[in-house]
Design a protein around this ligand. Structure first.
Ligand code: AMP
Length: 491
């Protein structure tokens, strides 16, 4: 099928041709003709399938006739994240370059005043995240009664982010005569309920099962031995560095996914300190910083992007050579989304997943979802590297620990981490004690886990009477053996 057979406006066709697209993707071929007829569409498609054009192209064709009125936008696109909303607006500019359509982007981090001015003049397309749209609405700056077409993009992600009530409210603020184009990669019951309530006799278009991963992606699993839980992070970071180095020039750019924002920051600092070119992307960063990082990654100034799922969801980065799952994702479906960032449009890609022993249950869920085991790899150098890092004092962890101490008792998570660290240093010391008969004055071996500063009392010999010295020595050996024996059993 050709784009010219879809019934699109000639000026849209010209823009599409100039964008370099030759044939419509399956979601475009199936959704566009129905959308142009004014039907509601329920598109089950994940990112990377060309779904953005499947709603923007018919929207532009529809909006080509008619005029915008002050404060009454004619169409609305809702996206879960700022990045995705910004990306949709870029698509709109590309495909709508031969139309004089006005657009407002309502996302956090962009000033209200500027957007209010645009809305006051009248807009054809409003692109927004649900929360920000509600804010504008509540400030009385906007009415949604003129909406002719409403698009919901990545509805399942909106559900994950807690936007469902906002979404429902927005649906109710728009006229029931509107046309709705609704996209979701998966259809959890809450989303099905919404579509049953707010879509009118929709055409269901499903292009790829959410559990399928592209054949062009070479998936590999790197199991990190991590005999000790408190060393898992260090060993995972070492494994990641070894993987990156092993790939050499084949790795042109990559996204590294973490499950937690905190780990995005730690990993970003760690990789930077090891001399890698990288940027960080997570929801707590300023919008301007996020845009800057994204631009740097797109124009190859940044080679590795460390990101959380929410921040990276839906980002349009056409050719990523590698995806690294620093963590096995909490939700198995995120695995499919993550690795879908590579191997796009027939290109080949590599997706590595790092798995610690504690992640085996999550891994089992991923493998169940994709219906096959992920091939295991032996990573040359990873064992050496992890052993080395276990002995090294990792500078960013030390800083983290010091900051935690500086804040007093710290959070529950920090309190939980503290004993693990002292256990680490205790274990290091007890092993040395057994091997070399304890630390003596003048011993200049580094103390692992203490940073640069070793409290003087730890270096001082304790004067004890000879009888009690024997008892004390025996006692200290017993307590030193305790954690070791436990650790060995656990391993
Ligand atoms: P999306 O799923 O909308 O995020 O699109 C994924 C990528 O596919 C984007 O980089 C689009 O520019 C690209 N794309 C969309 N439609 C086509 C097409 N018909 N032919 C080639 N590339 C396309």
């Amino acid at each position: 099928m050709k784009f010219s057979e879809l019934g699109l406006d000639p000026k849209v066709l010209q823009a599409v041709e100039e964008a370099g697209y030759e044939t419509p993707t399956p979601i475009q071929a199936q959704a566009i003709p129905h959308a142009l007829q004014g039907r509601d569409v329920l598109g089950i498609a994940q990112t990377g399938t060309g779904k953005t054009a499947s709603f923007t192209l018919p929207m532009i064709s529809h909006l080509a006739s008619g005029r915008a009125r002050a404060r009454l936008p004619r169409s609305l696109i809702l996206a879960p994240t700022r990045e995705l909303a910004a990306q949709v607006s870029e698509n709109f500019e590309t495909y709508g370059k031969y139309h004089k359509l006005s657009m407002a982007l309502l996302i956090g981090g962009v000033s209200f005043a500027e957007q209010d001015r645009i809305i006051d003049r009248g807009v054809d397309v409003l692109i927004a995240t649900p929360g920000r749209l509600i804010d504008h609405f509540e400030r009385g700056k906007l009415m949604l009664t003129g909406i002719e077409i409403m698009v919901v993009d990545e509805a399942d992600r909106m559900l994950d982010m807690g936007f469902i009530e906002d979404l429902e409210r927005i649906f109710k603020l728009t006229p029931f005569t509107r046309q709705t184009l609704f996209f979701s990669a998966t259809m959890p019951p809450e989303i099905t309920r919404l579509t049953n309530e707010f879509l009118s006799n929709p055409v269901r278009v499903e292009v790829e099962k959410p559990a399928t991963t592209a054949e062009t992606i070479d998936q590999r699993l790197c199991e990190v031995p991590a005999a000790r839980r408190d060393r898992t992070d260090r060993e995972k970071r070492a494994a990641l560095r070894a993987l990156i180095k092993q790939e050499g020039d084949v790795l042109t750019n990559g996204i590294i996914f973490c499950n937690r924002k905190r780990d995005v920051s730690i990993l970003y600092k760690s990789l930077t300190s090891h001399g890698f070119s990288c940027g960080a992307l997570h929801g707590d960063l300023d919008q301007s910083v996020r845009m800057q990082v994204l631009a740097g990654f797109k124009n190859d100034q940044i080679k590795l992007l460390v990101a959380s799922d929410v921040a990276a969801r839906g980002l349009d980065i056409p050719s990523v050579s590698h995806v690294f799952n620093y963590d096995v994702p909490f939700h198995a479906e995120d695995y499919v989304h993550r690795i879908g960032r590579t191997g796009r449009a027939g290109r080949s890609g590599v997706a590595y997943t790092i798995c610690a022993p504690a992640d085996t249950k999550l891994l089992a869920k991923v493998e169940e979802l994709i219906g096959k085991p992920i091939p295991r790899i032996e990573l040359a150098g990873v064992t050496d590297a992890t052993e080395q890092t276990a002995a090294e004092t990792d500078s960013d962890e030390r800083k983290h620990a010091r900051r935690g101490r500086g804040r007093g008792r710290g959070t529950r998570a920090e309190q939980d981490r503290a004993p693990a660290r002292s256990a680490d240093s205790d274990e290091g010391k007890s092993k040395r004690s057994r091997r070399r008969g304890g630390r003596r004055d003048g011993d200049d071996r580094p103390v692992v886990g203490m940073g640069d500063h070793v409290p003087a009392f730890l270096l001082r010999e304790v004067p004890l009477p000879s009888s009690s010295r024997r008892t004390a020595k025996k006692g200290s050996e017993t307590s030193a053996e305790g954690p070791d024996a436990e650790e060995l059993n656990a391993a």
